[in-house]
Ligand binder design. Structure first.
Ligand SMILES: [Ca+2]
Length: 414
């Protein structure tokens, strides 16, 4: 089912675009002459919508084309079709302050999701590290209601308040690491929350700690029905045994969730999810590895510390794709939709941080990846991929930019 996503609106006017260039694909990526035009690779025209941002992390759109974006250490802002920007929530200068915002290491303000009924309820959801818990910082999911003019936040309700946070640096990295943080509504109307293992060995397979999980909740943060978590698990848990999930989207047609996970020193993964499934990541200490601070996430290799441990968990969710043993920082992913994407319509675009590219995956009927091509885009640390209501792809990079990428058909040969 795909009954609410990405309605097609008239193109936005993006007057602030300062760079525009076509990036034709490498010859090897171009469909051979004589193949079905419907399978053709689109040309990608890129423009810079915003620059000079501070760690942009996620992008979401209202049906009218208003763009919401987060900056990790500043908060949430809105950009209207006329290019004007309002800082809605976060640090000083925002319409509503978030004095509990924690900006530390990888953590801060991460994902933003627009309510499926946004046109009538003006409601957004935000993933944020917070000091509000009594004795410990947590990652939490906030529900924010905006006013009619989208100029201010009229109410804040914290709907999930107990997602784990890495409080102290250790042998494996600084505090605030591996917080996950992407939020998306599924075509089933429930909110999916991607979390991270916080460099803690016990977290991913824990039935109660909400890191290394995908949660599936209602607008109030209550467990969604049919999460199918094993007995004794927190009922908000949809899948578990993940490492650091920073990408989630839903396959057109089936609605099945797909996630992207960073690998450690090997094997990033894209995985299709099934309710109650175990992703098979278990970095708990074990004698043969003797790991510092009880976390073996970096101690082994693809055999001794696999991203999907089928020896321990024979029924673990099988990845749809791994990038040939490399760890290239998979972060966002999104399914491309619309006829303008030509042969990429329905394919899965995956953004990489260290890998500095976008890979476009072709899936078979079962969700296994059959082939990939590299999108013809500049090298960058790709942090967010979101398709707008205009059908274009909007991209946030760690260099502080948001791009708009418009597909088009290659010009006819003379
Ligand atoms: Ca896995």
């Amino acid at each position: 089912m795909n009954f609410f996503r990405r309605p097609v609106f008239a193109s936005l006017v993006l007057a602030a675009a300062v760079v525009s260039a076509a990036f034709p694909l490498a010859a090897a990526d171009v469909a051979p002459s004589g193949t079905n035009p419907a399978a053709a690779v689109p040309l990608l025209n890129r423009s810079v919508v915003l620059s000079g941002l501070s760690g942009p992390w996620d992008i979401a759109f209202a049906p009218d084309g208003t763009m919401f974006f987060t900056e990790k250490c500043r908060g949430l802002s809105a950009r209207r079709g006329d290019g004007s920007i309002t800082r809605l929530f976060g640090t000083s200068g925002s319409a509503l302050l978030a004095p509990d915002l924690v900006c530390q290491g990888q953590s801060g303000v991460h994902g933003v999701a627009v309510d499926p009924q946004f046109a009538s309820n003006r409601t957004l959801y935000l993933y944020m590290a917070s000091t509000l818990q009594a004795n410990a910082r947590t990652n939490r999911v906030l529900r924010l209601q905006l006013d009619e003019a989208l100029a201010t936040v009229v109410s804040r309700t914290d709907i999930v308040t107990d997602i784990v946070f890495k409080h102290q640096g250790n042998a494996h990295g600084t505090a605030g690491a591996h917080s996950g943080g992407r939020l998306r509504f599924g075509p089933d109307g429930f909110l999916y929350v991607a979390t991270g293992d916080t460099h803690s060995g016990a977290v991913p397979q824990s039935p109660t700690l909400l890191g290394g999980k995908v949660l599936r909740v209602t607008r109030d943060g209550a467990p969604a029905p049919a999460n199918n978590a094993p007995a004794g698990f927190d009922a908000r848990i949809f899948t578990y045994g993940h490492r650091n999930v920073q990408g989630i989207d839903f396959r057109p047609g089936s609605g099945q969730p797909f996630i992207a996970e960073h690998g450690p020193n090997h094997n990033d993964e894209v995985t299709r999810l099934v309710a109650g499934g175990n992703g098979g990541w278990d970095p708990q200490n074990r004698p043969q590895l003797n790991c510092a601070d009880g976390y073996c996430g970096y101690a082994g290799n693809a055999s001794t510390m696999p991203m999907t441990d089928r020896a321990r968990f024979p029924n673990a969710l099988r990845p749809s794709w791994t990038n040939n043993g490399a760890s290239e920082g998979l972060s966002p992913l999104t399914f491309l939709m619309g006829a303008r994407w030509l042969g990429w319509n329905g394919r899965l675009a995956v953004g990489m941080l260290a890998g500095q590219r976008v890979e476009v995956l072709a899936l078979d009927a079962d969700g296994n990846t059959g082939s990939t091509v590299r999108a013809g885009l500049p090298a960058a640390r790709y942090r967010a991929l979101t398709q707008g209501p205009d059908g274009d792809l909007y991209i946030a990079t760690d260099a502080g930019e948001i791009w708009r990428v418009t597909p088009s058909a290659a010009p006819a040969r003379p």
